[in-house]
Design a protein around this ligand. Structure first.
Ligand code: KE4
Length: 433
């Protein structure tokens, strides 16, 4: 039985029953299955602005924003128009088109560390390609990643920590050969000593360190003071590349992403989500000398039928230019601050010492009073309390991510009214946990 007793869900339940017969788990991406909240997903009929409407007519304020891309809200007029205009001239060519050049120019302009960029079709492709490029450029095989950081379903990054810092990683998914995992070293996040130890031992074997600029797939975790610069320094010292995964944060927390906020210059950056305006997209870019190692100029092969397709490029360009036109980042900071102030007031009124992290329009409420510094601290969350919270919020018409380990997103389409009604719903939801 579905956990959302007060929501009418007949049509969603019929669809989900059908879906489960022919789509694994009934979903095209696992997190959508609502397993973390012991529920069943609703099916969306329409999304507009900050609202989504399911097939049973339930309307909700959306704080997932299709996991990040909907920074202007859903179906923004500028994106719809841009896609319609582009589509009149064809939807895909497999031949260079002017939009690709415009998008590359915008990314190079907005993200100073990016001298050259290549478009792909997902964040996974972006990180996978960046890792292969780093290995090809350095001639080394090992890659360092961090517990709790998610970079898409790349074989060599679906790896759990091995028994010790220097031992090999272990597959974190069936189907990943142990030989692949053996080349990946998993370290705890926010522990610079551990990174320096590994580099002292085998630094000349390490092609790259990849890190989520701000880890946002285990809630939203912030780097300790000096941590990111420490990663930058140790990789530079040992000739390894520093790959910043800004798929979630890029063009979201600032025009230039976290690297603009933190003053960090990675060698390569993985991007995605916002730059597609909701259409399938990813990108990776960085130093020209590294990017020039990519085929057809260099020996590192990477390709994609729909990479740089005109619709995704037109949608992304329209979204990013609108963000500039309406001072989207300023608006998101104001709305984020309003939400944060309200949540902190609620927590203190209810005597809850839960953690709350926010940067711009990205936020996470942690159902634990542990200081949030790494995956271990995040995992102390009271998941039962979260499930009750999630269910109550949904029944009150507010859709937050169906997992305690995800980050929430505010869009430019949210208004003070929506934030206020969200806080009212949250007050009730925090009373039932
Ligand atoms: P995609 O392949 O899903 O486009 O991007 C992978 C990816 C890479 N790097 C970071 C930092 C990411 O957050 C992601 C994907 N984010 C998840 C949300 N936590 C996508 C949602 C899903 O898997 O359905």
């Amino acid at each position: 039985m579905n956990g959302f007793f007060f929501m009418k869900q007949d049509q969603s339940q019929i669809l989900f029953k059908q879906a489960k017969q022919i789509i694994p788990g009934g979903v095209n991406s696992p997190v959508r299955a609502f397993r973390n909240v012991d529920g069943e997903p609703f099916f969306v009929r329409k999304a507009e602005g900050c609202m989504i409407e399911d097939v049973d007519g339930n309307r909700m304020i959306d704080y997932v924003g299709t996991w990040g891309p909907a920074i202007l809200g859903h179906a923004p007029e500028c994106v719809l128009e841009a896609v319609n205009t582009a589509a009149q001239n064809g939807v895909s060519f497999g031949i260079p088109n002017p939009y690709e050049v415009e998008m590359a120019e915008l990314i190079v302009d907005w993200v100073p560390s990016v001298e050259k960029v290549r478009m792909v079709n997902s964040g996974t492709e972006a990180t996978m390609s960046a890792v292969r490029l780093a290995r090809g450029f350095t001639g080394r095989d090992k890659v360092v990643k961090f517990e709790g950081c998610y970079h898409g379903h790349v074989d060599s990054l679906l790896v759990a920590a091995g028994s010790g810092a220097l031992t090999h990683g272990e597959p974190d998914s069936a189907g990943v050969p142990s030989a692949f995992a053996a080349e990946t070293i998993i370290l705890p996040y926010n522990d610079l000593d551990k990174v320096q130890e590994v580099f002292a031992e085998i630094g000349d074997q390490i092609a790259a360190v990849i890190v989520e600029s701000y880890p946002a797939n285990a809630g939203l975790i912030f780097p300790k003071q000096g941590y990111l610069q420490g990663l930058r320094d140790v990789t530079a010292e040992h000739g390894a590349l520093f790959i910043f995964d800004e798929v979630m944060t890029g063009f979201r927390v600032a025009k230039g992403g976290v690297q603009e906020l933190e003053g960090i210059t990675p060698d390569l950056t993985a991007m995605g989500k916002v730059i597609g305006g909701g259409l399938p997209v990813g990108a990776f870019g960085g130093r020209a000398d590294i990017m020039d190692c990519l085929a057809p100029d260099g020996p590192v092969y990477q390709a994609g039928t729909l990479s740089g397709n005109p619709l995704a490029m037109a949608a992304g360009l329209a979204q990013l230019r609108e963000m500039e036109r309406v001072d989207g980042y300023g608006k998101l900071e104001k709305l984020g601050a309003q939400l944060e102030a309200g949540i902190r007031t609620l927590l203190s009124e209810k005597g809850l010492a839960y953690g709350f992290n926010r940067v711009g329009s990205m936020f996470c409420l942690f159902f634990t009073d542990e200081e949030i510094v790494n995956l271990d601290s995040v995992m102390t969350a009271d998941t039962a309390a979260f499930r009750k919270f999630f269910t109550s919020m949904l029944e009150q018409g507010v859709y937050v991510a169906p997992s305690p380990y995800e980050t929430g997103f505010i869009s430019v389409a949210h208004g003070e009214e929506e934030i206020a009604s969200t806080l009212e719903a949250m007050s009730l939801a925090l009373a039932v946990i």
